[in-house]
Design a protein around this ligand. Sequence first.
Ligand code: AMP
Ligand code: MG
Length: 338
Amino acid sequence: MKLPTRLPVLADSAAIEQAALLLREGRLVAFPTETVYGLGADARNPAAVQRIFAAKGRPADHPLIVHLSNVAHLDEWAINIPDNAIKLAAHFWPGPLAIILNKQPTVPVEVTGGQETVALRVPNHPVALQLLQAFGGGVAAPSANRFCRISPTQALHVAEELGDTVDLILDGGACTVGVESTIVDLSTERPRLLRPGHISYLQIEAVLNTALLLPPSLKPTHTASASALRAPGMMAVHYAPSTLALRYRAEQLPVLLRELTASHKKAGLLTYREVIPENPIAQVIQLSNHADAYAQALYASLRQLDQLQLDIILVEQPPESEAWRAVNDRLSKATRAY
Ligand code: AMP
Ligand code: MG
């Protein structure tokens, strides 16, 4: 493992003041939110925002979410704000929900990836909120990882991912939600769910009293067989470990293990039920069978397995029910279906 060159700093009030100063100077600050750690920059400063893209290796047309200290700032960033936005903000902010609205003309195109819309969120984490209050403005912040890699849920993960390309890393402990925010688009007539998260579409529908347009259901878009074990890294992936990761259904495990043993592969396994380690499983991580607790620990567990020099990471397919939608969405991008 590469040793981090910049270590996280305990997020006390002095460190938060220092972070706000750095943001004002156009520098990058990583900070905890309840979802994942964010890589923040002054959202009004195009040069600062461009540093985020450089640090992450993220293509410039991927828009960023702007974080605000409270809903009162909404109209500094958005126009034509519908009642639905006020309802969702009143109900879920601060919280793990980002809302897409039509942008104020003054919002830099660097933030929105050239679009006429902007994503806004008030995060529910004391450190994030203190930082936003101390800074006073909007903070553009994607997850604090290299593009397409696993989002960080602990300060040390940020250090491993970004090193000294970030000017300060505030350590506020492990994130409690563990997967990225739910995103709902209110910039057009019909509200649309863009990304599932801890707040489910059913909760949003209940508040809006209207049906959301949903993304296509989560079908495995690709499958892999034993040949994939010999040809890793061919897929367009996101949220992914560097080690080849395969998602399997419980009944497939015996065959899969025989195949791996025959090809002398060393495997790690991530599951939510008891699995007795056997050849060729070098390490088992057993997570909760409750979706929220599983989500909280998912990325840290994938990172842990990714550092063990395994040939393959096996991930048991969780239930395909609504409660697991956000987890299944991330797993469909981090792993291939066996
Ligand atoms: P993150 O990677 O967590 O920073 O989330 C950024 C994601 O938010 C993007 O990849 C988009 O899916 C979504 N997003 C942000 N801004 C917009 C926007 N203006 N319009 C549509 N989607 C957006
Ligand atoms: Mg991200």
